[in-house]
Design a binder for this molecule. Structure first.
Ligand code: WTA
Length: 678
């Protein structure tokens, strides 16, 4: 180990912050004129003096079998309970209740990746029929009942929300595992949740290839069996109903082709279960920095109220809008903001099967044009990929977005401005929504009609969310302190997870122990929620999220956010993508190394590397000078498009890259290694 020769006089949270203040943008008056939430009185209604009763406004957007007696029960901190005594069904709220007025309206537009296949439009009536018939199958053929768990390993097809809603109708807890995850990862989750059934699909399209997905189910089964918790059955949907599209054989006595037995349930209807508000709706696995993935457990009443309210007021979804969130339903964004929130509002929600840039970067805009999409929701990673293809493409298509969302990671201001100017054609309002799997719905964002937008900043807490930035000692950093710290939420809110499945103590230790003021207190004010992200609280009340606390590089006692460095690299014209990794340094502890991929038409050269290095120094200071700037053909990426910094870090330090088989582009790893290690 290198000896530390530089005194570390900065506390954990006294980060060096070098962001410059960005210019703000005002929402268009045409947007304000039609917005669901244009009344500034909302901030008073949702202020602390009206907490928790303010959340009645969200819960009243739902249809309840039985109204709740207690809005918030804090008797067992920090396991908060919302709308206690209330009864409702999530499927009823997302489907049945819309039939009277809107049965002929499209609920889902399923867009297959192969363009010649055409788009399927599923009305609320058809959704209701399909959900009922599949629920009847789950109940009768699988014997599933209230409280049972099932694991879904489904791709982005209409069958995924149909399966989720059928489960919700029966009170069965669904746990959807991202289809890009391996069979083994799926099997671990089957076992951890003791799922009685695994539901998968034979095949799906990705990047022009019909992938064999069924083989993942075999691996999942094997893994779950090894963990002594195999599912009773494996249900296999067919990508093309009536035709089995996988080369992997069905296993007799275990595997069942859904589309073969579904006709038996034609015309069957299943009454929705009357669920308690506090009953669990679904599990969603997420990774922390250490340990095995945690199954985040979300409830029914609180969760559904929160995602419905935020879909209405932050996403500004009206029943007549066409809404497209390009996330995968295998992540929380898809659960909350493709399925539950939008459908509860009777929106038309788009589901796209494949890669956004397939067969070319014009695809999203052709989809938007064909369907008349006017609300578009995506991630910085996708935006950067589209930006790489150039400015001219969105212009060619006649679509108009009134509203756009970015979510999932901090967005570099350069990329934000591109999104606003080029994708949004300068017309769309943009919200940068900060939240997590654990939080169920948005935490920080601007209210689109009421606040100006600031590139790179999520904004203040949503109405009813009271964020705070603490330093390591738990001292509150006031607005404009110019220091970063740990962002926390002071109060409970209805979307917050209920627990971690099978490990409630882990919820307390991971999210509430850090800043708990009194472990014996039943007052929520003593239990701030610790999000694990670094943030800066600006003078104007906006929060700028720096990323996970463990994404921070400590250079000579200065903690530099990787995003901060990457944003600086992206100010260089030629740069399309940038990733920073820490490498050990004798003197400074750690120093950043920078990987960049260029926009098409630019060539790597020492002069360009030097220019990029200088940009970091210019934006942040000499402390940010990268040890090397590696110009590489592409970044190693996960199937969901996140850059795998872990792989780059291993290459930089000559370490082991670990499992790279789950990457979207494993071949690029060898190319990068050659560049770096010679
Ligand atoms: C990051 C995704 C900056 C953050 C909804 C958080 C963001 C983690 C933003 C959660 C944003 C999400 N700006 N960072 N707008 N949104 N993050 O659980 O580090 O997949 O803790 O939920 O993503 O990721 P998760």
């Amino acid at each position: 180990m290198a000896k530390k020769t530089v005194p570390n006089d900065s506390t954990e949270a006294s980060l060096a912050v070098h962001w410059k203040e960005e210019e703000v943008y005002a929402p268009a008056t045409s947007f304000i004129a039609q917005a669901n939430l244009a009344d500034p009185g909302v901030f008073d209604r949702f202020s602390e003096k009206n907490f928790p009763e303010c959340y009645k406004e969200y819960a009243d957007l739902l249809t309840w079998y039985k109204y709740w007696e207690k809005t918030l029960d804090t008797s067992n901190p920090p396991f908060w309970k919302w709308f206690v005594g209330g009864e409702l069904n999530a499927c009823y709220n997302c489907v049945d209740r819309h039939l009277a007025q809107n049965r002929n309206k499209a609920a889902l537009h399923f867009v297959p990746e192969p363009e010649q296949e055409g788009i399927q439009h599923i009305t609320y009536q058809e959704l209701w029929v399909r959900v009922n018939e599949f629920a009847a199958l789950l109940q009768d053929f699988c014997g599933l009942k209230r409280g049972d768990r099932v694991t879904l390993h489904l791709p982005m097809t209409a069958e995924l929300p149909i399966t989720m809603l059928a489960c919700a109708r029966l009170g069965v807890i669904h746990s959807q595992v991202f289809s890009g995850f391996s069979g083994q990862a799926c099997g671990e989750r089957v076992a951890d949740s003791t799922s009685r059934v695994l539901i998968t699909m034979d095949a799906y399209y990705r990047g022009g290839t019909l992938l064999d997905h069924k083989k993942g189910a075999d691996l999942a089964y094997e893994k779950a069996q090894e963990l002594k918790a195999p599912p009773e059955k494996v249900l296999v949907w067919q990508r093309y109903p009536g035709k089995y599209s996988s080369p992997t054989p069905m296993v007799k006595g275990r595997d069942v082709a859904v589309n073969e037995i579904l006709p038996k349930y034609r015309g069957h209807r299943v009454e929705p279960e009357r669920m308690k508000s506090t009953d669990t709706l679904f599990l969603m696995y997420t990774s922390g920095s250490t340990g095995k993935p945690k199954a985040i457990q979300h409830g029914t009443g609180g969760y559904l109220a929160y995602v419905t309210g935020t879909s209405k007021y932050i996403q500004d979804i009206h029943p007549e809008d066409v809404y497209w969130c390009m996330a995968d339903i295998g992540w929380i964004t898809g659960h909350s903001y493709i399925v539950y929130g939008p459908l509860a509002l009777c929106a038309s929600s788009v589901i796209y099967e494949g890669v956004p840039t397939y067969p070319d970067a014009g695809r999203p805009w052709r989809i938007a044009e064909e369907l008349g999409v006017n609300i578009f929701h995506t991630s910085p990673t996708a935006i950067r990929a589209l930006r790489r293809a150039g400015d001219d493409i969105p212009k060619k298509y006649n679509y108009h977005f009134k509203h756009m969302t970015t979510v999932g990671e901090p967005i570099e201001p350069e990329v934000w401005r591109w999104f606003h100017r080029v994708v949004g054609k300068g017309e769309a309002v943009v919200v940068d929504t900060w939240w997590q799997t654990e939080t169920g719905g948005f935490l920080c964002s601007t209210v689109p009609a009421l606040m100006s937008m600031k590139p790179g900043s999520a904004g203040p807490g949503l109405p009813g969310i009271y964020p705070v930035v603490y330093d390591d000692e738990g001292i509150e950093l006031p607005a404009g302190a110019g220091k970063a710290g740990n962002i926390c939420i002071r109060n409970p809110w209805p979307g917050l997870m209920q627990s971690i499945w099978g490990d409630p103590d882990r919820m307390v230790s991971t999210y509430f122990q850090r800043y708990c003021k009194n472990k014996n207190s039943k007052d929520w004010r003593d239990w701030p929620y610790f999000a694990g992200d670094g943030a800066v609280f600006a003078q104007d009340g906006y929060f700028r999220i720096l990323g996970r606390i463990d994404d921070v590089i400590n250079v000579a006692g200065h903690r530099l956010g990787t995003k901060e460095l990457e944003s600086a690299a992206l100010t260089v014209e030629e740069v399309a993508e940038a990733a920073v990794v820490p490498v050990p340094d004798e003197v400074k502890g750690r120093v950043p190394e920078l990987y960049v991929a260029l926009k098409p038409g630019h060539k790597a050269s020492p002069a360009l590397a030097e220019k990029i290095s200088k940009a970091l120094v210019a934006h942040i200071g000499p402390i940010a000078k990268p040890k090397h700037v590696w110009i590489v053909p592409d970044m190693p990426k996960t199937r969901s498009g996140k850059i795998m910094r872990r792989v780059l870090a291993a290459i930089s330090t000559g370490g082991i890259t670990g499992d790279i088989t789950t990457l979207a582009n494993p071949d690029v790893v060898e190319l990068i290694r050659k560049t770096v290690q010679g």
